[in-house]
Design a protein around this ligand. Structure first.
Ligand SMILES: N[C@@H](CCC(=O)N[C@@H](CS)C(=O)NCC(=O)O)C(=O)O
Length: 339
């Protein structure tokens, strides 16, 4: 199929042998002095550069958290924008250290594509957006519609599955570049645009001529657990990225924020003491400074702070926490214990 990435066609063993930076990414990052992350080419809330080229977003924060943990400085990052089709090769060839780009964790990517996924930083699902004037209220009314979609995505595959299983027809309009697919939709070249619902919200808030003219239909047709990923076979680096994510979630659960983290250094709570390096050991286990998580929280914030700033109440997207709420409040965000 033309839409599959080349790397997706290669056997895992060949990939493992071909990946130059398969082992020792932590040492490489420490010696080069920055973390290189593949990010979106421009998706509000997840990864977007301003006019000065400064990146912001939930995925950008994941990368910055890794930099804070490893180098003590969240600004020691380099962002490489990648389309859906380019992203896996960038990681596999060693051009980037981490993939932080609204990437869905799937079996094929976790195995044949040679990726290892860190904890999910946004639980999403695929949806559809249409112009309000069409009067469509359900995806089931899209029989025969032209649907805009990006290649190299789970979106494209789920779209075909959904229409097939509902015995509906559609015409895909497949466009690789995000700007171009958005323009095609807003200029009426397709009846509906389909992607992750967070992506629909970002496109509507950031790119629609008038956001109120567009509706996101109620159907959620897939599970899209979006997670950072590293290369297979580098457990030490995987541990760092994994615990940077868990650490942000645990910090929210413990009520540690970028604002109060210095006061929290005086806490009597034994887990908080381990988290902030007051009781040493966790940093050593990760081959990092004992202040690894203190630096993340101080410079990037806990998971909830990052969520609200980028995609939640304080952002143009205004997404509800929903599944991305902490497990203690009915959501799926559950950081493993720091001990
Ligand atoms: N989560 C899905 C879809 C990811 C995806 O690439 N979505 C599009 C639409 S929101 C996107 O981010 N495009 C931005 C770009 O091409 O840079 C996946 O991992 O395949």
């Amino acid at each position: 199929m033309a839409t599959r990435s080349l790397a997706g066609l290669l056997p895992a063993l060949v990939l493992a042998a071909a990946a130059p930076a398969a082992a020792g990414t932590l040492d490489q990052v420490k010696s080069k002095g920055y973390v290189t992350c593949a990010v979106n080419t421009g998706l509000a809330g997840f990864s977007m550069a301003d006019r000065q080229g400064r990146y912001a977003g939930l995925d950008v924060d994941a990368c910055r958290a890794v930099a804070a943990a490893v180098l003590g400085d969240a600004s020691k990052t380099k962002f490489v924008p990648a389309t859906a089709q380019q992203r896996f090769a960038l990681l596999q060839t060693g051009e980037v250290d981490v993939l932080t780009r609204n990437t869905t964790w799937t079996l094929e990517r976790d195995t044949a594509n040679g990726l290892t996924f860190a904890p999910v930083n946004y639980y999403d699902g695929q949806g559809f957006m249409v112009a309000k004037k069409l009067g469509v209220t359900s995806a089931k009314q899209l029989d025969g519609a032209t649907i805009c979609v990006q290649p190299g995505t789970t979106t494209e595959l789920n779209l075909a599955d959904y229409f097939r299983s509902n015995h509906l027809n559609f015409k895909p309009l497949v466009i690789e570049k995000l700007d171009e697919v958005e323009n095609a939709f807003f200029s009426g070249r397709c009846d509906a645009y389909t992607t992750d619902r967070s992506g629909l919200a970002a496109t509507r808030a950031g790119k629609a001529p008038n956001p109120d003219d567009y509706v996101i239909l109620p159907e959620v047709i897939s599970k899209e657990p979006l997670a950072p990923a590293v290369r297979h076979g580098d457990d030490e680096w995987f541990d760092v990225v994994k615990w940077a994510m868990f650490g942000m979630i645990d910090a929210e659960e413990k009520g540690i924020t970028s604002k109060n983290v210095d006061d929290m250094l005086k806490s009597d709570d034994p887990e908080i003491k381990r988290m902030l390096g007051v009781t040493p050991g966790m940093g050593k286990n990760l081959h990092l400074d004992e202040k690894w998580l203190y630096n993340i929280i101080k410079q990037v914030g806990n998971y909830g702070e990052s969520f609200e700033r980028n995609v939640g109440k304080e952002s143009p997207l205004k997404l509800a926490r929903g599944l991305n709420e902490l497990w203690t409040r009915g959501g799926l965000m559950y950081g493993m214990p720091i001990r």
